[in-house]
Design a protein around this ligand. Structure first.
Ligand code: NAD
Length: 181
């Protein structure tokens, strides 16, 4: 194998993934990054899948050679039966599932977690917490809160061959916040 090819392959994502809580901003960014890196099939499941209809359509157009799907019924990841049924549906539609990622709590065949710092998602929106956002940014060594797209590098590391021996780890992606805590 050519050396430069090896470098590219290391961060290639193979197979099919289920992304739970995928309709939220961090989930959508991660789905897009996984597809950019070669994911063959995606099944997004969420308590509120309707909110991501536009984003799913955009990803279907952007990645025509991949199978990009979202279960169009609500799936609660704390409901074992609902998750089992979702996995069955995903497997039937995509084939064997190789990667499970959850933005309601992350799980995988290898089990790793990502602990984000304060990120710019709907959770942290609104004028009433503007003061808090300013304090979070001021107290962060990076001087700002994080963009959900800044979690994708870690998602790719864990989902690709670059991370096959990372197991049982929690990776903190917080701009250095932990240093000040
Ligand atoms: N935004 C932050 O600053 C921040 C920081 C640290 C940790 N987190 C954690 O990261 C995760 C996602 O972040 P967010 O909340 O900002 O993004 P978000 O609200 O944009 O995405 C979360 C998604 O999960 C779905 N969801 C919630 N409960 C579910 C359930 N039981 N079953 C299936 N889907 C469910 C929601 O419908 C939503 O689409 C959360 O667990 C949150 O606690 C967020």
């Amino acid at each position: 194998m050519k050396p430069r090819r090896g470098a590219k392959d290391r961060f290639t994502v193979k197979g099919n993934a289920i992304v739970a809580g995928g309709a939220g901003t961090p989930g959508i960014r991660a789905c897009d990054a996984l597809l950019e890196h070669g994911l063959s099939g995606l099944m997004m499941i969420d308590l509120n899948p309707a909110v991501a209809k536009k984003e799913i359509a955009a990803m279907q157009a952007k990645f025509p050679d991949a199978q990009v799907r979202a279960l169009d019924r609500p799936v609660d990841v704390t409901d074992e039966e609902a998750v089992e049924a979702a996995v069955e549906d995903a497997t039937r539609e995509l084939g064997p599932i190789t990667t499970l990622i959850s933005f309601v709590g992350v799980y995988d065949i290898r089990t790793n977690t990502i602990s984000p710092g304060y990120m710019d998602t709907i959770l942290n929106e609104g004028d009433e917490i503007m003061k808090h956002r300013e304090i979070w940014a001021a107290r962060n060594p990076s001087g700002r809160t994080g963009s959900p797209s800044e979690l994708t590098g870690t998602v790719l590391l864990l989902a690709s061959d670059a991370g096959t021996y990372i197991n049982g780890m929690d990776i903190v992606v917080d701009g250095g916040q932990i240093l000040f805590s």
